[in-house]
Ligand binder design. Structure first.
Ligand code: 5GP
Length: 362
């Protein structure tokens, strides 16, 4: 476990509101309980429950959003989530989050994202690098841009990039708004689009115009795919050929064949899939098959708070379940660099970081 913690890691599939610390959720729930907005005792049990079905997860997200959706709280959870990932040696992090309109809180999608960025700037425990050195702008962001590694060894560095999620409950217009916002914020660390939300809600055709627009604009896309056995949609997603796919649990033989021939990198979320029933068990998880055929993969947490996991733990699970050696685990972590949405400068720096770490760790 210690070795997995020391391993430098790349996290490509982490939902902001699913990665919040339990202690923070409990504190926020207590405050809202004191104000009479919620009944704390009921909420406490829901937060602390272990093991959740997929529908229960989406009920819980409703609660998370009640607890977290005001600007200051969004800023706070962003700061904490980045610090938590950095503390376990995640060197590159793509956080995805759904920009939210909330009239009651005076919140727009834009102001929500501004609160997220404020959270990134508020991180003190580690140095947050938001820019590729070649795409830096003159915007007055306080996070020190740096591609130098090992300069200040007393402070860890973490690259953070943002993906904007389209929630499957949204309309075509709302999804287009999110893509436009991603375009407007591309100089502020936003580098991609995600499609997520309850997989039994909504139709692929609703989001397709927004995803097509993102494609036209050259914004990389990742899609939650095959969390449920929706044959028509899985086919459509594979035909659309996003830059990456999340989960890919319920594929049939033809769809596996197609995925493998397309070589679309897959964000593997072991604990999440087992807990929500997307995979029957760790041992029978599709990681093994994809790994054995050398399909491009990266291990991810999905919702480290919700599923009480960490990226180090996901690596440990792979080692203990599938018997990967340290050298193989290292290679798995290193390979993820090739699937990041950030540009070549960042990739180059990350490759160098892994080259240096290899000497110490293998
Ligand atoms: P947020 O976007 O609010 O920061 O993060 C929580 C949201 O991410 C949830 O409301 C949901 O839309 C999405 N999400 C988190 N985990 C999952 C997952 O495992 N599957 C899907 N399809 N969506 C998820």
């Amino acid at each position: 476990r210690e070795w997995c913690l020391a391993l430098p890691k790349v996290e490509l599939h982490a939902h902001l509101n699913g990665s919040v610390r339990d202690s923070t959720l409990l504190e926020l729930a207590k405050q809202l309980g004191d104000k009479g907005v919620i009944v704390f005792e009921d909420v406490k049990d829901v937060i602390m429950k272990n093991g959740r079905s997929l529908p229960e997860c989406f009920q819980l997200f409703e609660l998370y959003h009640i607890l977290t959706t005001d600007h200051d709280t969004v800023t706070r959870i962003t700061k904490e989530v980045v610090e938590d990932f950095a503390m376990e040696n995640v060197v590159y992090l793509e956080i995805r989050t759904t920009p939210k309109n909330n009239e009651a809180k005076g919140m727009t999608k834009q102001s929500y994202m501004n609160a997220v960025i404020k959270g990134l700037k508020a991180v003190e425990a580690v140095e947050v690098v938001l820019f590729d050195s070649n795409s830096r702008t003159d915007k007055p962001l306080t996070c020190a841009p740096s591609s130098e590694l090992g300069g200040d060894v007393s402070k860890k560095k973490i690259y953070v990039k943002l993906l904007l999620s389209i929630d499957r409950r949204e309309t075509t217009l709302a999804a287009l708004d999110t893509v436009n916002l991603a375009m407007e914020m591309k100089d502020q660390g936003v580098i991609g689009i995600d499609l997520s939300g309850n997989p039994v809600v909504g139709e692929w055709e609703t989001y397709l115009p927004a995803l097509e627009r993102a494609k036209q604009l050259g914004i990389p896309i990742t899609v939650h795919c095959g969390e449920v056995a929706n044959r028509k949609e899985i086919q459509a997603v594979l035909d659309f050929c996003p830059q990456r796919l999340g989960h890919v649990c319920c594929l049939n033989d033809d769809e596996w064949k197609k995925l493998k021939s397309l070589m679309i990198p897959v964000e593997i979320c072991l604990t999440s899939n087992v807990m929500t029933g997307g995979a029957p068990s760790l041992e029978l998880h599709h990681f093994a098959d994809l790994y054995n055929v050398k399909h491009p993969l990266s291990l991810c947490t999905d919702d480290s708070g919700l599923f009480s996991t960490s990226l180090s733990n996901e690596y440990y699970l792979v080692a203990s379940t599938f018997g990967l050696s340290k050298a193989e685990l290292f290679q798995l972590a290193q390979d993820a660099v090739e699937f990041v949405f950030a540009g070549d400068e960042v990739k180059k720096t990350l490759r160098e970081l892994f080259r240096r770490a290899e000497k110490e760790l293998t």
